[in-house]
Design a protein around this ligand. Structure first.
Ligand code: UDP
Ligand code: MG
Length: 338
């Protein structure tokens, strides 16, 4: 490992993948800290920055950094596709023997890379960081995150480690496994867990965002949570059979009770309130169950359309994979072509 440094692209030891969406104020500090942290003996590296349709000066800055240091490579996507897809684009182009995705906002300390690499060299396939502390995040975000991880841990068929983000080191064989997963709904935490392999956790403190604002709001987080649950559990679909069973049994018992009461005491007409409650309650339950089916059906539709996951506009620094800085026909569609 690392004997013929930079001898050939395929001999790169470590690929760092950074998804970037409007992070102009973070880039300078980020790249300095990352490059410093990569001064590890016998380690050649590439830093793949995936520009996810930024509308600030991020791309211009990246290009000038790439000119200064060719180890910094850029994938410029055709628009904003979202972090998980940007990360997938990075994985498709990375050629290191190990890969580490990193947030551009310095929430994941680059100084931890050495520790990840050390564990990898001990023979683990996946070394993931578990957050000991979420500094700089609001109470509500911490609360919802904890409960989300608990819930998905309960309903998912594969165990998804709690408080684990995308910050992790993956061996090449894990990357190849993840690249084989064709789904469009890329709930990365789940996919990383699904592939398995020899995994080990190391604890770290998550720092507050360095500059700029988080792109997440509660509505997006809620939908992210729904995506995760829909992708890793079909429990919400199944539960309705049981709810239906319980309600029909109760209705049957009540019907028997009514028949007997009518036989003994004769007919009594009042019952408007109970009727109304029963109708509305059942109507509500049916709409909820339809909604749940709709959530899954919508996702099935997204998958079935089979559009490419992302489109690449330009590549910088991937000479053997496309033209430097040019729009090449080859680089039009991601994933499959390359
Ligand atoms: N990001 C991205 N595309 C998006 C949103 C975010 O590539 O549509 C990147 C962003 O630039 C950052 C990382 O994903 O590097 C994490 O984003 P953010 O800090 O907003 O998420 P949080 O840390 O709050 O989960
Ligand atoms: Mg962040």
């Amino acid at each position: 490992m690392g004997m013929d440094i930079d001898f050939e692209r395929s001999q790169i030891t470590l690929s760092i993948i950074i998804p970037i969406y409007n992070e102009e104020d973070n880039l300078n500090c980020l790249l300095k800290r990352v490059i410093k942290s990569l001064e590890i003996p016998n380690l050649s590296y590439e830093i793949i920055c995936v520009n996810d349709g930024s509308c600030d000066k991020s791309l211009e800055k990246l290009i000038s950094y790439h000119r200064q240091n060719p180890a910094i490579k850029i994938i410029n996507l055709s628009r904003n596709f979202g972090k998980d897809i940007a990360l997938s684009a990075g994985l498709d182009f990375a050629c290191g023997a190990a890969v580490i995705p990193l947030d551009a906002d310095l929430q994941d300390p680059p100084e931890l890379i050495a520790a990840l690499v050390e564990k990898w060299r001990e023979g683990y396939d996946v070394v993931y960081g578990t957050r000991r502390d979420r500094r700089g995040e609001t109470w509500l975000k911490r609360f919802s995150a904890t409960h989300f991880y608990r819930l998905i841990g309960r309903v998912s068929k594969v165990p998804i480690p709690e408080d684990t983000g995308d910050f992790r080191l993956m061996d090449r064989r894990v990357v190849e496994a993840i690249k084989q997963l064709p789904e469009r709904n890329r709930f990365m935490k789940g996919l990383f867990a699904w592939v398995g392999y020899r995994q080990i956790a190391i604890d770290y403190d998550r720092d507050p965002r360095y500059a700029g604002q988080s792109k997440w709001n509660y509505w997006k987080l809620w939908n992210f949570a729904l995506d995760g649950i829909a992708a890793f559990s079909s429990l919400p679909l199944k539960v309705w059979s049981y709810v239906g069973l319980v309600i029909s049994s109760m209705a049957l018992v009540y019907a028997v009770f009514l028949v007997i009461r009518t036989l003994i005491f004769g007919i009594d007409v009042p019952g408007y309130a109970s009727l109304m409650v029963a109708v509305l309650f059942l109507g509500g339950i049916q709409l909820i169950s339809l909604g749940v089916i709709g959530e899954y059906l919508g996702r099935v539709y997204e998958e079935v359309k089979g559009r490419p996951l992302y489109l690449v506009r330009d590549l910088y620094g991937f000479e053997d994979q496309g033209n430097d800085g040019q729009v090449s026909p080859l680089s039009q569609s991601g994933g499959e072509a390359l």
